[in-house]
Design a protein around this ligand. Structure first.
Ligand SMILES: N=c1c2ncn([C@@H]3O[C@H](COP(=O)(O)OP(=O)(O)OP(=O)(O)O)[C@@H](O)[C@H]3O)c2ncn1[C@@H]1O[C@H](COP(=O)(O)O)[C@@H](O)[C@H]1O
Length: 118
């Protein structure tokens, strides 16, 4: 069994594919499909934002856990792995977000060229 809770959770989630939706919440999400999983991520992200704007930082923890769980369900549904996310984070390691953003072209930033600042 993997030492890390995220690895264990990802393995549990993967094992729920095709399981009985009546006895597994994860299986019920897989059964309802990608759009429902994505919608749940939106809901959990919104609940995390609400917790973030409140006065008690501790309330962020359970919302963050809900969000991460549902993200792992999305990765599994899409045939992706936590290791792929780890690799992407490792690839970014050491590159400042400011530097990465400055290197983007205006088009890549989503701005039409006519709006490009002088
Ligand atoms: N970590 C989680 C986890 N986090 C959140 N949730 C569920 O996510 C749902 C989200 O709650 P909400 O209040 O937002 O929504 P809801 O109204 O209950 O559910 P919806 O009908 O809106 O989808 C709840 O049912 C939570 O229980 C989780 N369900 C399962 N896990 C893990 O997944 C494992 C397998 O669970 P099953 O697939 O249910 O066996 C468990 O042992 C846990 O380790």
């Amino acid at each position: 069994m993997a030492d890390d809770i995220l690895d264990r959770l990802a393995a549990t989630i993967a094992a729920r594919k095709g399981a009985d939706a009546g006895s597994s919440y994860t299986a019920s999400l897989f059964a309802r499909g990608r759009a429902r999983i994505a919608q749940k991520i939106g809901e959990e992200a919104t609940e995390t934002v609400i917790a973030a704007m409140g006065n008690d930082p501790a309330t962020i923890v359970p919302e963050a856990a809900d969000l991460i769980y549902h993200l792992l369900v999305l990765l599994a549904d899409a045939g992706l792995t936590l290791d792929q996310v780890r690799a992407e984070l490792a690839r970014r390691e050491g590159t400042s977000g400011h530097d990465e953003k400055a290197a983007r072209t205006p088009a890549a930033n989503g701005l039409p060229l006519s709006f490009r600042p002088e």
